[in-house]
Design a binder for this molecule. Sequence first.
Ligand code: FAD
Length: 553
Amino acid sequence: MTGSQLSARARVTTIDNLETANFDLLIIGGGITGAGIAREAALQGLEVAVIEAADFASGTSSRSSKLIHGGLRYLERGEIGLVRKTCLERKEIRKLAPHLADSRWMVIPFRRRAALMSLRVAVTTYEKLGAVERQDIHRGWSGKKLKEMEPALNPKRFRHALAYREYLTDDARLVLANIRSAAAHGAQVLNHARVFRVLTTAGSADAVLVRCQHSAREFRVKSKVIVNATGPWVEEVQRLEHSESRRFLHISKGIHIALPAAKLPVNNLLVLRAADKRRIFAIRRGPVCYLGTTDTTHTSGAQHWPEIGRRDVENLLEPLARYFDIDPVRPEDVVGAWAGLRPLIADPNTRNPSELSRRDELLVGPSGMLSVAGGKLTGYRGMARRVLASVAERLGKPLAKLRNEPPLPGGDFDGDLQNLSDTIAREYALSPNTARRLAQLYGTEAAQVLALGKTTLAPGSNAVTGEIAWAVRHEGAMTLEDVIYRRLRLPLYELNAERNLEPVARSMANALGWDAAKTCSQLAQVRSRMHKDLAFVTDETSLPRETPKFRGP
Ligand code: FAD
């Protein structure tokens, strides 16, 4: 894979290509939904274009809990079909990109053995639905074993735990892997370019107008079929086709906070119960443990940076004192935080976002634009196939069943992530932590990333210099925020992300030819962003457990 179509330098050529071709399929939105559809369509040999208003994965698809999971709680609600599909899907994603589906223990602590035993029944069903292999079957941990596996758990309160397998991903990198794979199979993809009008000919949507956010160039892209895959923005983009389109979304906000692992020394993925009985995950990733999520109705429309309320942060911290034998943790201890908006399908029968189904829905607009919303990161391939079946029908081109689907970029290894990171550490003389970080982010491509730069760390930072060149040349990164937040993910997974900013900005300035003023303004923007992430607001616009009035699909 050359990835050169995603190089910042190739941008003008990409825009020229977008302007001259007549595509089979144009996808608006470069989150996991758009990226998944693009890859599937490109593998099927369709002429595909993807237009993303900000950065790839800059919407909900970089703000999730980062779990590739079937969702045990959906099983409790009887959504067996959904659970089976997503459970089986976990294995498929792991086959395509083992570095982006790291198999980990999900641990549910219990006070009493009887409670553990009763959950075993549900977990056994869950494992059967997901065809879980023998070595990955759940197990019970008690006494000494539990102490060894999760030493920070309060042993007086929690004497037992049930551990079952789930997969940890990196959502933004999963999007990038799909986008890059689509580009490698011929798709024309462009980020930082907003669709601002949908054009029709004889009543059929057949083109869009796009504005490049960097050059301000406006251009038209023609396509036989247009898919609106804009997540929380889906209704906004529908209105570009038809100003009167009706509301069908219920937007729910979820936040996560990251703490230093030294403050919350969790080893696996833990399930805690919040005061309101909701499940909260405590997820260990490198030097941090992140906690999430919340589920509150969001009433101020789609946005890239929803605010993070202090009350939500306190709600996430509340269970810690009950579960762990640790010093008190306060909002001031939080080192990273992110908020995302779930584009859920509204239901007139419930006002509680946690009770809304995570199913996806495909709607056809009055001039034929297809809009897709809802769903989960985990189910993105199934969603892509369903959308594509509809696209094929419109094109009058039957789709072949894909045989031997190629791995995602970096996913061509046997799944042993530890072995991969040990090899990287040995061959490039890197610390085990740095090697592990690179293996998780890039899979087998870590070797190419390292070859691009010096194998040393950028002075004063824990980012490897090759990572920045890689992000700019192969992953469509255009701004410091693109690199810091969605390529390296430093504010989410690293301590002291701030100290990386200057070295990364210097490397980006070299790669993209920024002058001093541009470099300073990029730095100021990201500093301000990181500051806002941790400046929790006290009067939030989200309402707990309510939905706006449903006006029908
Ligand atoms: P998005 O990722 O939001 O993508 C839409 C894109 O459209 C955006 O990038 C936006 O910039 C772009 N766009 C908008 N307007 C325009 C325009 N006019 N022109 C061009 N582009 C435009 N799922 C799981 O499976 N596992 C989890 O652990 C999990 N945890 C979650 C936790 C939280 C807090 C949340 C909020 C969701 C979670 N999900 C999880 C669900 C999952 O993250 C979402 O279902 C998924 O990311 C939605 O992706 P999307 O591509 O539809 O939307």
